[in-house]
Design a protein around this ligand. Structure first.
Ligand SMILES: [Ca+2]
Ligand SMILES: [Ca+2]
Ligand SMILES: [Ca+2]
Length: 253
């Protein structure tokens, strides 16, 4: 009996140790939160702490998507452990590049009619062992006419990756901002934004966004309804007062 009890205890300790080590591994790969930069934005995706279909930890962790609408300008924001300041990072001696921000405005997130090119190098997984000499495109909003699907073959579920820009594909100008939290190691995270006039798209009721990198280790998607006429607090208050007034009148009647 004594032996069995000891064995059971030993098993429990082994299981506890396994749980702790798994937790520690996950934590070390994923330690960041949404940046204060996003104050006033609406979060539309939380993929922090997960890299799928691949691995690589924080440097490949797509973390959050945000958006906001100011006037007729749509702002979309990405936070990721991938270096999206220059769209290139070296990991384990290999080169990795950031993708374009794919956008859909036709209520479908299976195909993307538009993409924001941030001006990152036009290279992919097959060029990971060399410097990129393929050049880059101008920052802007483009119609999607051709795709660069050069991600790791086992991660094609992360596609689309980058557009191939053709003549006449550009739709309009994009204002972009980028930075990092300035921390190091697994606490380091970056942000990149895109802002453009919704008039470039036309009649828009919702959008979907998608982003990945040249290994396809991680991918993030999110979307939101774009309600053109959100009642302002003052008009909601007036509506409430009106309803209260109706109630009072009914009680009196
Ligand atoms: Ca993270
Ligand atoms: Ca992630
Ligand atoms: Ca490009």
């Amino acid at each position: 009996m004594m032996d069995i009890k000891l064995n059971a205890k030993a098993w429990a300790l082994t299981l506890a140790a396994a749980t702790v080590s798994t937790g520690a591994f996950a934590g070390s790969a994923t330690a960041t939160d949404a940046l204060a930069y996003w104050s006033g934005w609406t979060q539309i995706a939380d993929n922090d702490g997960v890299t799928a279909p691949g691995v690589g930890g924080q440097k490949f962790d797509t973390e959050y998507l945000f958006y906001k609408v100011e006037g007729n300008t749509l702002h979309v924001g990405l936070q990721t452990g991938f270096d999206v300041i220059d769209g290139h990072q070296v990991y384990g001696g290999d080169n990795y590049w950031g993708g374009d921000l794919f956008l859909s405005f036709d209520d479908s997130n299976t195909t993307f009619e538009y993409a924001v090119d941030f001006g990152f190098d036009n290279c992919g997984w097959s060029q990971r062992n060399s410097a990129c000499t393929d050049g880059a495109d101008s920052v802007g909003l483009y119609q999607v006419s051709g795709l660069n699907d050069d991600v790791y073959g086992g991660h094609t579920s992360s596609l689309p990756y980058q557009i191939v820009v053709g003549e006449g594909d550009i739709v309009g100008a994009v204002a972009t901002d980028a930075g990092s939290n300035g921390l190091t190691g697994n606490a380091l995270t970056y942000y990149r934004t895109a802002a453009f006039d919704l008039g470039l798209i036309g009649d828009v009721s919702e959008f979907n966004a998608h982003w990945t990198m040249s290994c396809g280790n991680d991918v993030i998607e999110g979307g939101a309804q774009l309600t053109a006429s959100v009642p302002e607090p003052s008009s909601i208050a007036l509506l409430g007062l009106g309803l209260i007034g109706l109630g009072v009148m009914r009680r009196k009647a």
